[in-house]
Structure formats: C-alpha cells, structure tokens
Design a protein around this ligand. Structure first.
Ligand code: AMP
Length: 175
C-alpha cells in the first residue's frame, strides 16, 4: 500500500525548524525513483474523474511532485513562489503564519481565466498556505478544483479549514 511505503521512507526530524515541530522530511523519497513513480501514479489515480487544466505547485517542495504530476496528467505546471522570486509581472496574496504574515506570488499570465487548477504541495498542516494559494489562483478568475498532498497532518485539522474554502482535499499518507 502506498501509504505504508511513504511512511516507511519519510523521515521525522524533531525540533526543525524550531523547537516542538516534528518536520516530515520527504527527501528520502526522492532517492528512490521507483517510489517516486509509484507516488505520482497514486496521485493520478486519486484525482481520476476530476478535470484538471493546470497543476500549480507551492514553493518549494510542492514543485517536486507537482511537476511530475503535471507531466503524468499532460497538463502545464506553474510555480507559486514566495515574494520576490518570480521574474515577470506577478499577482500577490498575503496570509498569516504563526508569527506575522507571508506573501506568495504567481505570474499573472501563468493561468488563464476559467482554467481548472489543481494545487499541489508536499504536506498539509494547518491549511493556511493552500488557502492563500487558492485565493491567488482565484484572483486570475480561474477555478481551483482541488488540492493534493503527499502527506496530511490530520491533527492540525487543515482539511476542516479548507472546507470553508470549498476545497476538495486529497492526500496519500495521513498522520
Ligand atoms: P500550513 O500552511 O500550516 O498547511 O503549512 C504547510 C506548509 O508548511 C507546506 O508547504 C509544508 O511543506 C510546510 N510544513 C508545515 N508543517 C510541516 C511539517 N511538520 N513537516 C514538513 N513540512 C511542514
């Protein structure tokens, strides 16, 4: 089962990036090309039946499987990045993080009006990042059809929060 395989490989790093956080490190997955292919295939199966025109991946770990997923679906991939990283004209969305606020950006010509967008990130925690990404996509009058993750931290209730944004949520491994 893919969930078991993911859990066998993902590495817990205690107290990173700050005390009390258990960081789920997906880099060991990347060293295993067969598992990467299996994960990509499992993401595709989970999303079967949903029309997706574009995959938007969130910096930076959302780029890894976001790009593989877009390739498998044969649709474009677009990066959502932290402020100041994208070179051409961008739109912005601010959101609250634990201490203060952050800004994410998208090239304004990355997605066209009416396109159906899947947002991808490596991990769903509180859901704040994906909620902001969804608002960003909607600024371009595109439609977010769902969000997909490799890992979901269920105890942080991100899925509940995303229901408020009417966001269908998919994850391969839950803790
Ligand atoms: P959130 O906005 O709370 O859902 O946080 C999600 C973002 O923070 C994602 O981009 C994750 O990669 C990262 N993140 C949050 N918590 C963790 C964790 N425990 N392990 C790894 N990444 C995390």
């Amino acid at each position: 089962m893919i969930e078991t395989k993911i859990k066998q490989v993902v590495r817990d790093v205690a107290d990173f990036p700050k005390p009390g956080i258990v960081f789920k490190d997906i880099t060991p997955i990347l060293k295993n090309p067969e598992l990467c292919a299996e994960i990509t295939a499992a993401l595709v199966i989970q999303l079967q039946g949903i029309q997706i025109d574009v995959v938007a991946g969130i910096e930076s770990r959302g780029f890894l499987f976001g790009m593989l997923l877009a390739q498998a679906l044969k649709v474009p991939f677009v990066p959502i990045r932290k402020a100041g990283k994208l070179p051409a004209k961008t739109i912005q969305q601010a959101y609250d993080i634990e201490y203060g606020s952050a800004v994410i950006e998208l090239h304004e010509d990355a997605i066209s009006q009416g396109q159906k967008v899947l947002i991808h990130d490596d991990l769903l925690a509180t859901g704040g990042t994906v909620a902001a990404a969804s608002q960003l996509v909607e600024k371009l009058q595109a439609e977010v059809v769902g969000c997909s993750f490799i890992i979901e931290l269920e105890f942080l209730a991100g899925r509940e929060r995303l229901k408020g944004y009417n966001l269908e949520t998919f994850a391969l491994a839950s803790y």
